[in-house]
Write a protein that binds this ligand. Structure first.
Ligand code: ZN
Length: 319
């Protein structure tokens, strides 16, 4: 049996059996919507084709029984019920050749067989390669400052995923391209004061990382940084990249507010800055005042001393 006999969705389900699982765990609407056919029958099919193997009685007992259950069964048989779980199970298995264990011998508890595991590994490796290839194309597009291409490559990739990322993002009808372009443009054109120590060449690397964080919704960018990347920033590389992204979002928001004011959509006279509860003193002192678009401090706040970097955000005060 080769990979091509199973659909990517089916291989994805099979990949969930790298550890012992009960088929009933997959009797959900979620899996039904992915597989598009009866999930329990498909899992039985995997088993019949030798892609899954069934757990033995010992493992079934371990999986299904808590300590109290085991002790109860042992007491029922007047057997020694002290010791660790492993010992209790061993005692049961040694002394029980009866109906007591029958229900557990019927338990369907499956894990990939060697053949199944090979298919899963091929599938996972292929998926990893696709992702790496996609990221490589996107990084190149970013280096060429072709932001539209970078965004469209990510969108195309996400739309092809079995489980697309992001709640409520319609990757097949993506409508956030303009916002993304603005954020990426800001990342590459501006340098926040909080990163004033960073050299130009290091900044380029951080900018790529910040863009990748934004495009892939990632919390860290390590995998896109060269090993041994050392900037002169007081922040670690992930935090520095996050500060770049944060600044780019700040500029976009500020621009949005400015446009709303100019077009008369909203009357905004003041802007509040909100610090986190655990923000540093500098941030909290700065956030305690009301500002206008003309005198609002740059975010992230350059004087911030937080290890995690500045997390202050602005909020327009509507009239
Ligand atoms: Zn701070």
């Amino acid at each position: 049996m080769s990979n091509s006999d199973l659909t990517p969705e089916e291989l994805f389900l099979l990949s969930k059996f790298q550890k012992y699982k009960e088929p009933q765990e997959f009797q959900t609407e979620f899996w039904q919507s992915i597989i598009q056919k009866p999930v329990d029958r498909l899992i039985e099919d995997f088993y019949n084709k030798g892609l899954l193997e069934k757990a033995d009685l010992k493992r079934a007992l371990d999986y299904k029984c808590k300590m109290v259950d085991l002790k109860k069964m042992l007491k029922q048989k007047n057997l020694n019920h002290t010791g660790k779980k492993e010992k209790l199970i061993a005692t049961l298995l040694n002394c029980a050749n009866d109906e007591l264990l029958e229900e557990y011998s019927k338990v369907k508890l499956y894990k990939c067989s060697n053949v199944g595991a090979i298919l899963v590994k091929e599938f996972v490796d292929t998926e990893d390669k696709k992702r790496e290839e996609n990221e490589r194309i996107v990084i190149n597009a970013l280096k060429e400052r072709d932001f539209v291409k970078a965004i469209r490559e990510v969108v195309k990739f996400e739309a092809s995923q079995i489980i697309p990322r992001g709640m409520g993002i319609d990757w097949k009808n993506y409508n956030l391209e303009q916002i993304d372009v603005e954020i990426l443009t800001n990342i590459f054109k501006s340098k926040p004061k909080i990163l004033s120590d960073v050299d130009v060449d290091k900044l380029e690397v951080l900018r790529i990382g910040a863009s990748m964080m934004h495009l892939y919704g990632a919390a860290v960018a390590d995998k896109w940084f060269p090993t041994n990347l050392e900037t002169k920033s007081r922040f670690d590389n992930n935090t520095a990249a996050r500060m770049l992204l944060f600044h780019a979002e700040f500029l976009r928001e500020k621009n949005d507010i400015n446009n709303s004011i100019k077009s008369g959509i909203a009357t905004i006279k003041q802007i509040a800055i909100i610090a986190s509860d655990d923000s540093c003193e500098e941030c909290r002192a700065m956030a305690n005042k009301k500002y206008t678009l003309n005198n609002i401090p740059e975010l992230p706040y350059e004087k911030c001393t937080c290890d995690l970097g500045c997390r202050c955000c602005m909020s327009p005060v509507f009239d």
